[in-house]
Design a protein around this ligand. Structure first.
Ligand code: NAD
Ligand code: GLY
Length: 374
């Protein structure tokens, strides 16, 4: 009941929601996805949102599977690439959805990598004040990380992921068969978030990756499934505890403070995973400088990133000043001061009194940057 005291009226609006969902793993899953959406629908029409690389490879197959189950579906595509994860792309998608008569009873299927997942998820969060969506990730990175946890966002000239919303998907379908067509550099870049999961939470998974990187790089369905399941277990456990990144979820940002800065300073020439790989080396060294992360663990991390074919050195063209300035405009900064997420050993993070991110003196950061150039 609304309460009025003097000139203040109080609306009590408490919310308890169940946003649980299934992550379903498999190989060549389109018929299964369509069958599931027929038996447990989440909308009366399905808008497949994809990009200009993934669309030609997979959208028709998905659309056909949906139609053969009697479901209505259309495909909406935007130009591939991080530089197109923008409000402009989302606005074009929204216009196309409106013109095609998509209403509140429709749902979105995000078919693609992290760029598609983040942008399509954002459209789902705002279209008609929110419609349901499903993630169908097609890159290693998206199957490891971005399709799970409900972070959606677009980039702006001021920083990455500056505009977004938390919007959990209704379901996630991880079809590792889609990885067959992923370009080699993209495949390797995606392994950065996988290695990150080992460093932040799971030493056994890290050891598995150390021992099996040669098999992982062959993209066998068995290893791709093993990796996807472990990634989603590790990330899912963190998200269950802290869905809105009030504390523990910050550990998932390991390597991202500097990583996002490098990605942006490179004009997105560096892929997200590649930038995160270098960012993990900087954060690892900051932690080492502060006496938390032993040299031996730092070397293990660098060896594994290198074995995955990932860069571990800062491109010479980027100055310390530009990196520090770009980091401080990251949205993870507080009062314009950058906070870092730091490991204490492979599988464990420094908890900064339950905050999981802390301020570091610029001098320490500069020394870590210097050591990450040689
Ligand atoms: P991406 O979506 O740009 O995909 C990489 C490239 O591969 C693109 O050119 C794409 O068109 C192409 N591609 C995708 N799947 C393919 C396939 N199966 N076969 C052939 N080509 C394919 O990049 P990404 O690495 O998947 O994702 C990076 C994005 O994810 C960044 O924007 C990052 O900020 C975001 N991200 C979000 C979260 C989150 O929690 N929401 C987490 C990590 C990263
Ligand atoms: N990738 C960071 C997060 O999902 O929180």
């Amino acid at each position: 009941m609304v309460e009025l005291r003097d000139n203040v009226m109080r609306l009590t609006l408490k919310r308890e929601v169940d946003e649980s969902y299934d992550i379903v793993f498999g190989y060549e899953m389109f018929p299964q996805i369509a069958g599931n959406l027929r038996s447990s629908p989440i909308g009366s029409r399905y808008a497949i949102i994809t990009d200009s690389n993934v669309g030609p490879l997979y959208a028709e197959g998905l659309e056909e599977s949906l139609r053969s189950e009697g479901l209505k579906a259309d495909t909406f595509s935007f130009e591939a690439g991080e530089e197109n994860k923008t409000l402009d792309s989302c606005e074009s998608l929204v216009r196309a959805l409106v013109r095609s008569g998509y209403g509140r009873d429709s749902a979105i299927l995000a078919l693609g990598g992290g760029v598609v997942g983040d942008a399509a998820g954002f459209v789902a969060a705002v279209y008609n004040r929110g419609i349901p969506y499903v993630q169908i990730p097609t890159t290693v990175l998206a199957q490891a990380d971005s399709s799970v946890g409900g972070k959606t966002a677009v980039d702006t000239e001021y920083g990455k992921n500056l505009i977004g919303a938390f919007k959990q998907p209704e379901r996630v379908y991880i079809d590792v068969a889609t990885l067959r067509t992923l370009p080699e550099r993209q495949y390797r870049a995606g392994l950065a978030e996988t290695i990150k999961h080992g460093v932040i939470q799971d030493a056994d998974f890290f050891r598995y990756l150390e021992e099996n990187m040669h098999i992982v790089l062959q993209r066998s369905p068995e290893s791709s499934l093993h990796i996807a399941k472990n990634n989603c277990r590790i990330k899912g456990n963190v998200v269950e505890i802290d869905p809105h990144e009030k504390s523990l979820r910050r550990i998932l940002n390991y390597g991202h403070t500097v990583g996002h800065a490098l990605e942006r300073l490179s004009g997105y020439e560096l892929f997200h995973g590649e930038a995160v790989s270098i960012g993990m080396m900087v954060a690892g060294r900051i932690s080492n400088e502060l006496g938390y992360f032993p040299e031996e663990d730092l070397e293990c991390q660098e060896r594994l990133l290198t074995a995955a074919g990932l860069p571990t050195k800062i491109p010479p063209s980027m100055t310390d000043g530009s990196i520090i300035a770009a980091s401080s405009s990251d949205k993870k900064a507080k009062d314009s001061r950058v906070r870092y997420v730091l490991p204490v050993s492979i599988g464990r993070m420094h908890d900064f009194d339950g905050e999981y991110a802390g301020y570091v003196d610029d001098k320490v950061v500069i020394e870590a940057l210097r050591r990450t150039r040689q």
